[in-house]
Ligand binder design. Structure first.
Ligand code: ATP
Ligand code: MG
Length: 334
């Protein structure tokens, strides 16, 4: 008998072009996981409406996220790549799971509190129940593992809680998903201005996107925050400089970082040179992905075919779970 691979679920919101944070924090792991697990990767279009209620170009964003994932190395033959709204079973289980979620616990979630601060004019119920929908995305595929980036974490705990609560009340159905990463490459990519992280929808000028043209990449790196001079001998490397060295570790040859570290410590560092080197290496890294993604986006028929095939597989699996959930609750009248 063939050994069944464990199921993994993860999603990315279509809120803009993907960036280095998405690549090194998520997609790089997806590419490894596609060999080891039964992967369900989705474009979280419903989730994006909680913060972007008037999307300027949702179809375009969905297509670019798909194209950029494939261009980065995700193989639609190996994983189920789908769009959340193509799997209506998720919405039905979300409705049912909302009955097991308490307003008090949802109000305490730190990301909810952040969003209330960021968009006080639009504290919608979807924002409050975001963790319920996210949990259902995972549970409906009966995932064993969820890749968790450094900017997340707590949400998975909620998915485990909802699984437990359902199983306890209605009967065993959901495995409790565990956080997963390969351990050796968990990163959080900071924004180039030193404020927060690179992000699709914030910090645009300080975020390097996979769609950025060469000159854009070079100019963003040129403007990145560094230090006013080399510090006192023996002083630790300041955060802004360390951030650039960390990016170098990801895209430059292995001997480049030690060279600049040594230059910092012996006070011969020239930030212009460092940025030039990082800029060149970054362009060499991003350009092939960008060009592949561009070509894919020209071929919308191909992307739609991928979406459809992914949705079919995701729906088949989701429908089984939903049916069992309804049966356990008692919604089976015929
Ligand atoms: P938004 O600004 O719309 O929230 P985002 O850039 O934060 O967009 P998400 O769609 O929220 O992206 O997250 C997709 C995946 O990328 C998640 O797994 C998340 O952990 C990861 N990720 C996002 N930003 C970074 C970052 N700067 N460093 C590392 N991982 C990141
Ligand atoms: Mg985010």
């Amino acid at each position: 008998m063939a050994i069944q691979k464990e199921i993994v679920v993860s999603g990315i919101r279509p809120t803009g072009n993907l960036h280095l944070g998405n690549y090194f924090g998520a997609i790089r792991n997806y590419i490894r996981m596609q060999e080891d697990f039964n992967c369900y990767f989705f474009v979280a279009d419903w989730h994006s409406l909680t913060t972007h209620p008037d999307p300027k170009d949702l179809p375009g964003n969905v297509m670019s996220v798909l194209a950029e994932n494939i261009a980065s190395g995700l193989d639609p033959e190996k994983v189920s790549l789908y769009v959340q709204s193509d799997v209506p079973e998720i919405a039905e289980l979300y409705l049912l799971m909302n009955m097991l979620a308490y307003v008090g616990e949802l109000e305490k979630v730190p990301t909810f509190k952040d969003k209330v601060r960021l968009q006080p004019e639009n504290v919608n119920a979807g924002l409050l129940t975001y963790p319920v929908l996210m949990s259902v995305d995972i549970l409906i595929q009966r995932a064993a593992k969820v890749p968790v980036g450094k900017d997340q974490g707590q949400h998975l705990e909620m998915a485990r809680n909802f699984a437990q609560r359902f199983n306890h009340r209605y009967g065993d159905l959901f495995p409790e998903p565990e956080a997963f990463n390969y351990g050796d490459n968990l990163v959080r990519i900071p924004s180039l201005d030193g404020k927060g992280k690179m992000s699709k929808s914030e910090n645009e000028m300080a975020t390097i996107y996979l769609a950025d043209e060469d000159d854009k990449i070079l100019s963003k790196i040129k403007k990145a925050k560094t230090d006013t001079g080399a510090g006192e001998p023996g002083a630790p490397i300041p955060e802004s400089v360390q951030n650039l060295l960390d990016l170098m570790k990801l895209v430059s040859a292995p001997d480049v970082v030690p060279f600049y570290e040594a230059a910092y410590h012996n006070q011969s560092i020239r930030y212009g040179d460092l940025k030039k080197q990082l800029g060149e290496d970054m362009v060499n890294f991003v350009a092939p992905i960008r060009e592949r993604a561009k070509a894919l986006q020209q071929d919308t028929e191909y992307l739609k075919k991928i979406m459809k095939a992914g949705a079919e597989k995701a729906r088949a699996n989701a429908a089984q779970t939903l049916q069992q959930a309804k049966k356990l609750i008692g919604i089976n009248y015929y």
